[in-house]
Design a binder for this molecule. Structure first.
Ligand code: ADP
Length: 519
């Protein structure tokens, strides 16, 4: 006879053999003692049930401990009292075991109710054994609390993962090393316009835009070698309906504990609307540049070509005035004066327009410019106006910038000139200061003039926009438009802050170009 080792099959076989031995009178008490010992050292519960009465006829120590009953208490009970199955089910199972000892009822899961009312999940293995007293069901029961707990933990974590995967606002996919989609979420199906089943039969390459097929492939070796932890690219995919979709694609590789690649995890974000907006912006920008250039050219040609006939009008009217002045009557002289005045104003307008159009077409290449020197130059150019008004221009230490010196002089001169022109009762005082920011200088030209109402802060920078008639203050309304154009060309911004009656502060920015300035 083999030594019993506690497994259910061995125990059952032992019981069967014991049965036979007892029947033939071969062995007696000694074997029973061995059988008992084997039962009691088993870590699994072992129990014998009489099929006819359904009573426990013998149980081991482990079973008693598992349920919290004494042996005596158990022996008075039936499986229906402590196991989670009703009599009919148990009887059916037991009869199946009797009919065929390898039947499916051999292994079952269920719960025992302990004496204290708590439950213990078990896996039970059973076999029927025939004895001279009838059929006995031999069973072992293993406590599977730990296994159940681990299974529940795994189930919950898989559920959490599945839900996260499903509700993600981005498309998510697991991609096999053969590039086939292994798992895809609902959002990815929406982005690509395929059903889940359809996607699972495809590779990323199958649905990539023909021009973007190798965008990811180019990076894969560095990702697999571990040089990159993730790859991020923007590329196009072809949707099922034939349209294309722009996607921001991020991919990383999932590896096993030895570092072997298992599959790729990829995130897809639909960026079509951003790409469309970018393209529209680019197109609008190109169109604006083109029409601006055209307009500039037109203004230049028009103002240039208008000068000649205007000169004719002006000079022949003057000639007429000189030669025939004594023959003209009162009204005619006055009309003549209007024509001369109109021609002079038109000349001024044309010259200003020409100057305006030249900011774009005749600009010089940018050089290093000392703004201190620019203010000095503007002061010299405005000497007459300064003397007439008794005004003064002062300035703080000003930076060195990169730009077109002539145009920057024109800018400062126009701003200072306006400050002298639109002066109040007091002597005009103009001060130029500068604040240094991280990427730019902000320059302020402050005056103590008549000021501007807030509603006109933007309008005054437009061509021919003036707030006063020419009788009050001379001008054509082009000076600030030129200032704006110069600042635009230098990639800065210009604006005004002012309180009527208290003066104005015209401010503009000039970007810094550290690297080139240092060189
Ligand atoms: P212009 O000087 O020929 O009128 P600008 O384009 O230089 O044209 O200025 C537009 C308008 O902005 C001016 O007519 C004036 O009303 C207002 N303005 C400009 N500079 C000042 C200033 N320093 N103070 C008050 N108003 C100003």
């Amino acid at each position: 006879m083999r030594v019993p080792v506690g497994g259910p099959r061995e125990v059952a076989e032992l019981a069967a053999e014991l049965n036979r031995m007892i029947e033939t009178g071969e062995r007696r008490d000694e074997d029973l003692r061995r059988f008992r010992a084997a039962m009691d050292i088993s870590g699994d519960a072992i129990l014998l049930i009489d099929r006819a009465t359904l009573r426990y006829v013998d149980v081991n120590q482990t079973f008693c401990e598992m349920l919290g009953y004494t042996r005596q208490e158990i022996l008075g009970k039936t499986p229906m009292d402590v196991f989670s199955a009703d009599r009919a089910t148990l009887e059916r199972d037991y009869d199946a075991l009797i009919a065929d000892k390898h039947s499916s009822a051999n292994v079952v899961e269920g719960e025992y109710r302990r004496k204290d009312g708590t439950q213990v999940p078990v896996e039970a293995r059973r076999r029927a054994v025939h004895t001279e007293h009838g059929w006995i069901i031999v069973a072992t029961a293993t406590d599977i609390t730990q296994r159940k707990r681990a299974e529940e933990y795994l189930r919950q974590s898989e559920e959490r993962f599945r839900r996260t995967f499903e509700i993600a606002g981005s498309g998510v996919a697991h991609i096999g090393l053969d590039r086939r989609f292994l798992r895809v979420n609902r959002r990815l199906c929406e982005i690509l316009g395929y059903s889940e089943a359809e996607l699972l039969a495809l590779t990323g390459r199958d649905i990539s835009h023909p021009d973007d097929r190798d965008v990811i492939n180019a990076q894969r070796p560095r990702l697999y070698s571990g040089e990159l932890s993730a790859v991020r690219v923007e590329k196009r995919y072809m949707r099922k309906d034939g349209s294309s979709v722009w996607v921001a694609f991020t991919m990383t590789v999932e590896r096993d504990s030895k570092g072997q690649a298992l599959y790729e995890i990829a995130i897809f974000d639909d960026i079509s609307s951003r790409k469309e907006a970018e393209a529209a912006l680019r197109a609008a920008h190109d169109e604006l540049e083109r029409s601006n250039a055209e307009l500039e050219q037109f203004a230049y040609v028009a103002s240039h070509d208008l000068q000649e006939p205007l000169r004719m009008v002006a000079s022949y009217t003057q000639l007429l005035g000189r030669r025939y002045a004594d023959r003209l009557e009162g009204d005619a002289k006055e009309f003549m004066a209007f024509i001369v005045d109109g021609a002079a104003r038109m000349k001024q307008l044309i010259e200003d327009l020409l100057a305006y159009s030249r900011v774009g077409t005749r600009g010089k290449e940018f050089q290093i410019v000392k703004l201190d020197a620019v203010v000095e130059r503007a002061r010299i150019n405005l000497r007459a106006a300064l003397e007439d008004s008794g005004g003064a221009i002062t300035h703080d230490a000003l930076p060195v910038v990169e730009g077109d010196e002539l145009q920057l002089t024109q800018l400062l001169q126009n701003l200072a000139g306006n400050a002298l022109k639109f002066r109040g009762e007091a002597k005009p005082l103009i001060h130029v200061s500068c604040i240094e920011r991280e990427h730019e200088f902000e320059i302020t030209v402050r005056d103590n003039g008549i000021g501007i109402e807030a509603q006109y802060f933007e309008r005054i920078f437009m061509v021919f926009q003036r707030l006063h008639d020419k009788g009050q203050y001379p001008g054509t309304g082009i000076g600030l438009a030129i200032c704006k154009k110069v600042v635009d060309r230098h990639h800065g911004r210009i604006w005004v802050e002012s309180t009527p009656g208290q003066g104005s502060a015209f401010k503009f920015t000039l970007p810094k170009h550290r690297d080139r300035l240092a060189a």
